[in-house]
Design a protein around this ligand. Structure first.
Ligand code: NAP
Length: 288
């Protein structure tokens, strides 16, 4: 059987249509034509970060929301950034706050992430949100792994009882990914730069998530037949963190690069902002 393509681009489009309707309903229910706002904070001039923030702002507008984009200079201090976050926490029109990672070195990124109010942490970056999610309590999950979980569920990928291997343990990706898979009852192994015999560990994976940040670092011949392969990476030349092309004929499912994980990250961020707005005005829909 040919492998299932976990088409994040197509699913994100479907999600956007649903979110557009929900935003319109929100405006109707409140009688307030002013749309919910996702505030984005970009510190410094990193071109890749600027592009990501722009893409997120565009996605907001596509579903009828507003994006308040705040650009701070490279030399911003932790105190200044905390003050900016406090201001957004206190602004009732802002329902979600995104602080683009990474911030310049002089800033205490963890302190700034953790200053975001839990109910506005739609990018799932706070320690409190991570802890709550890990305990199975409600919190917005980190957008990239939460988007991956949505995609796996959309395609009916069975997770419970299966061996999942996550390569990478960053706070925004590998760690929350592992906790989400654990929450869905997978048997989870987390790999990192000190892991020994990585190819052997990867070979155990029935579900493999590559989140290493190095082009085609995970080799095709490490991957077992019939695996579900999720690649979070995207590098120049259109490759991810996994050497995907040679393995496609023998896997059960895979995320294409590009068009897999990336669009799901943005759609999930927007979905979580809409949910935050719905919650804020007390109209949260059931069954989500
Ligand atoms: P990161 O913060 O750089 O983390 C990379 C992880 O890979 C670390 O945990 C590191 O281990 C591990 N690693 C590095 N070298 C390794 C090795 N030789 N063997 C095993 N593990 C190794 O990166 P990230 O932010 O999590 O991003 C990971 C990938 O996802 C990148 O390609 C990034 O572009 C992509 N990404 C995509 C999206 C999206 O929306 N599509 C969003 C975020 C990230 P240590 O902890 O031991 O250093």
């Amino acid at each position: 059987m040919p492998p299932t393509i976990l088409d994040g681009k197509a699913y994100a489009k479907e999600l956007e249509a649903e979110l557009t309707a929900r935003v319109a309903k929100l405006k109707e229910q409140t009688g307030n034509p002013e749309p919910p706002i996702l505030a984005t904070i970009l510190v410094g001039a990193d071109p890749a970060s600027a592009t990501y923030v722009k893409m997120k702002g565009n996605a907001c507008r596509r579903v009828g929301m507003e994006s308040l984009s705040i650009a701070l200079p490279e030399e911003t201090t932790t105190t200044q950034l905390l003050a900016q976050i406090d201001e957004l926490n206190a602004n009732p029109r802002v329902h979600g706050i995104l602080l683009q990672h990474p911030v310049p070195k002089q800033i205490d990124e963890r302190a700034c992430f953790d200053r975001i109010a839990l109910e506005k942490d739609v990018d799932g970056v706070t320690s409190l949100g991570f802890g709550r999610m890990s305990m199975g309590e409600h919190a917005y999950g980190s957008a990239t792994p939460a988007g991956i979980m949505r995609l796996l569920r959309r395609y009916g990928i069975e997770i419970a009882g299966r061996e999942a291997v996550v390569v990478g343990r960053s706070p925004i990706l590998g760690k929350p990914m592992a906790m989400m898979l654990l929450g869905a009852n997978a048997t989870v192994t987390i790999c990192h730069s000190r892991t020994k015999n990585l190819p052997e560990v990867v070979r155990r994976a029935e579900i493999l998530v590559g989140a290493v940040g190095k082009p085609e670092f995970i080799k095709a011949n490490w991957i077992r037949d019939g695996a579900v392969v999720v690649d979070a990476g995207y590098h120049p030349g259109g490759v991810g963190d996994i050497e995907l092309a040679p393995v496609i004929p023998r896997v059960a499912a895979y995320t294409p690069v590009p068009g897999g994980v990336g669009p799901m990250t943005i759609a999930t961020l927007i979905a979580q902002t809409v949910e935050a707005a719905e919650k804020a005005i007390g109209t949260i829909r059931k069954n989500r």
